[in-house]
Design a binder for this molecule. Sequence first.
Ligand code: FES
Ligand code: FES
Length: 170
Amino acid sequence: MPTVRADITLTVNGSLRRLTVDTRTSLLDLLREDLGLTGAKKGCDHGQCGACTVLLDGRRANACLALAVANDGADVVTVEGLADGERLSPVQEAFLEKDAYQCGYCTPGQLCSATGVLREAAHGWPSAATGDVAAEPELDDDEIRERMSGNLCRCGAYVNIVAAVREAAR
Ligand code: FES
Ligand code: FES
């Protein structure tokens, strides 16, 4: 099958990027291979582990499942874009403080996902663990586990990850 290429524009971590991509390229491969942003990890490449999680137009997304060409014009934030210069984001600070990682392979995805979780809760979006969907969701441990359930950690650092998200939510 002949290669089809397309011109797209993305805002990546605040910078406008004009790119020509193979239309079969995933957003994850574009970030890692073309832009050198290797924070988002390729764990499964099948949407099952969350290691590739980025913020796509402000919402959590598995970059391995997103075609780059389908996201022309999108705003993408990767783990490299969470900090404000030298100042870590509250979620990054909380992961450090709570020792919420071991090997660190899943951590970029966990950090982006947790950042999305805080936004979703702030917007009042319920999860499957929310008892009263009309009330402001409170990020207790059950809510955090449910909302972070798409991010697997082979090291099993879940207890400290939940503690870190709880801390950041404060
Ligand atoms: S690499 Fe995307 S979900 Fe596993
Ligand atoms: S810290 Fe090793 S996979 Fe999560």
